[in-house]
Ligand binder design. Structure first.
Ligand SMILES: Cc1cc2nc3c(=O)[nH]c(=O)nc-3n(C[C@H](O)[C@H](O)[C@H](O)COP(=O)(O)O)c2cc1C
Length: 372
């Protein structure tokens, strides 16, 4: 029977499934619910010292559905970070740790380009029991207007400096959450690791425009007739997320062994999670999936991951973590490998003893012995 428990940067988790920062971790009530349902760890909705600057609009989501089944496959949001006062969060972090002392509580934090603010937020969350931090360098909408979120994550120099500030104060593991809205995700990844953080999380949402309403001719989600590009998540982003995780996994393997990766983007099943782990993730995060299916979706996910592991005789997550990264190569190498494979197949068809003649390959075998 597969053992799903895992230890990431010293954080002991009953399984690798983590609630990603967003609505599913938006107050003590729902965070406790997640622990009770069996999630391996919870990352809170991103908090900052001054929530007064955060004003959300609604509607703030726009969803893309499959033409065949009507299932939601894509989800755009223009939601900001938490609009709840920092003092409330501090009180709730304490309550959560009192109720679930063994639960891994990861504080997602974001601040402006100000060292004192970053040091203060780290110290105050740590005092009330934060088990780890995730630094949000990646929300693609709203906050970048204030030089926060992906405005920092798109600039490896700033990212390295800010992670360096955090590492001066942090006594617990730190993950930097990467934006996918860059050409080469390896660059901010290297910057984060150079500054000393233990892990990275990838990906946050992809900058997007959900749709244009053909009756009103206004883009969605429409607020007083206007919108702003948002962040795209859900199943549709999974191939992009898998590609970026694979690229990060190579950086870890080749340049920063021992650092960790938390894979995110469109995970809704145990099989989805297995793919991220095969491409190097140590843990996996789910946000939109919980918004679609509720906290109980952890149970079928655990079951499916466990069945996958049993089928392949993997006893632990470590037994297959990163296994499939080795099968990526260059296109030129694919051409060479295919030519070799074809030559080998052709050689196989050459009959060297009469007992090798087969009914299925008879014509090919005749061809292989023929000239002209
Ligand atoms: C409505 C919504 C709000 C989100 N808010 C945050 C946030 O506050 N901080 C953060 O780091 N990521 C936030 N995210 C991004 C998610 O944590 C995650 O990186 C992204 O949605 C991809 O994963 P998914 O396909 O499982 O949702 C949010 C996503 C959604 C859909």
């Amino acid at each position: 029977m597969a053992d799903l428990s895992t230890t990431v940067n010293g954080l002991k988790m009953p399984n690798p499934f983590v609630i990603a920062s967003g609505p599913p971790g938006t107050n003590a009530n729902v965070i406790c619910k997640a622990f009770e349902e069996g999630w391996g760890a919870v990352i809170c909705k991103t908090v900052s010292l001054d929530a007064e600057k955060v004003t959300n609009v609604y509607p703030r989501y726009a969803r893309l559905r499959s033409r065949e089944t009507n299932e939601i496959v894509g989800w755009e949001n223009i939601e900001l970070i938490s609009d709840r006062p920092f003092a409330t969060w501090i009180e709730e972090f304490k309550q959560i740790k009192d109720k679930h002392p063994g639960g891994v509580l990861i504080c997602s934090i974001m601040e402006e380009y100000n060292e004192d603010a970053w040091l203060e937020i780290v110290e105050r969350c740590q005092e009330v029991g934060a088990d780890a931090f995730e630094l949000n360098f990646s929300c693609p909408h709203g906050l970048p207007e204030r030089k926060m979120g992906s405005a920092m994550g798109e600039n490896p120099d700033i990212l390295e400096e800010v992670v360096g500030w955090v590492m001066k104060a942090a006594k617990v593991p730190v993950w930097a959450k990467m934006t996918p809205n860059v050409t080469h995700i390896e660059d901010p990844t290297r910057a984060a690791f150079r500054a000393g953080c233990q892990g990275v999380s990838a990906i946050n949402t992809i900058r997007s425009v959900a749709s244009v309403n053909l009756k009103t001719l206004r883009p969605e989600p429409s607020i007083a007739g206007y919108t702003t590009p948002g962040g795209y998540s859900c199943q549709a982003v999974r191939p992009v997320a898998l590609r970026m995780c694979m690229e990060i996994a190579k950086v870890i393997r080749d340049e920063f062994p021992g650092r960790t990766l938390s894979g995110i983007g469109g995970i809704e099943t145990g099989g989805d999670a297995a793919q991220f782990i095969l491409l190097g993730a140590d843990s996996v995060q789910v946000c939109t999936g919980v918004m679609k299916m509720g906290y109980g979706c952890i149970k079928p996910m655990l079951e499916e991951l466990s069945v996958f592991m049993d089928k392949h005789e993997f006893n632990t997550i470590a037994d297959f973590q990163g296994h499939s990264v080795q099968f990526f190569t260059t296109h030129a190498d694919l051409v060479r490998r295919q030519a070799e494979e074809k030559a080998a197949e052709k050689a196989m068809k050459v009959v060297t003893a009469d007992e090798q003649w087969s009914g299925d390959d008879f014509v090919e075998q005749s061809d292989a012995l023929a000239r002209g």
